[in-house]
Design a binder for this molecule. Sequence first.
Ligand code: HEC
Length: 140
Amino acid sequence: MTRDCTPVGSLSEPQSARFSPARQRGVFTPALTRTAPKVMILLLAIAAPAFPADQTPAEQGRAVYQKWCAPCHGTGLGKPGTAAATAHGAKPAVLEERTDLTPKMLETAVRKGESFMPRFRKTEVSNTELAAIVAYLTHK
Ligand code: HEC
């Protein structure tokens, strides 16, 4: 009785069988490896928009204002911006209640700071977010 002792994948196996395309059909085919990073970047770009698409600029501005400005300019006690404005008689002291704020005033205050209000970098409040704050506080 003869036994075939040739181990699988030995050199006696024909080249065409050892390097057949079927062997490359794993999860990470070269084509997928090439496109996956691009797909990931595309998904990230879609998944992380600056704002929800259905919000108006003023609504977007309200959210940014709540995060960055309300702690100092909101209503209630212990709000430094509101307290400072009250102290020198600016009325109303809460920014949201004012009707005299111009885009220029807001942009200058946010980018350069005012009194002990810090200036905000574009990595904190982007230009898009600043424009949204302007829309919100100028009631546009
Ligand atoms: C750390 C507290 C603080 C934060 C945070 C802050 N401010 Fe201020 N802001 C102040 C103070 C204090 C003043 C000076 C108020 C005064 O003297 O009337 C001021 C002044 C201003 C003024 C000028 C008002 C005027 O009457 O001329 C504007 C506009 C303003 N802030 C907008 C903003 C916006 C928009 C944000 C959010 C991006 C913000 N501030 C965040 C503290 C803050």
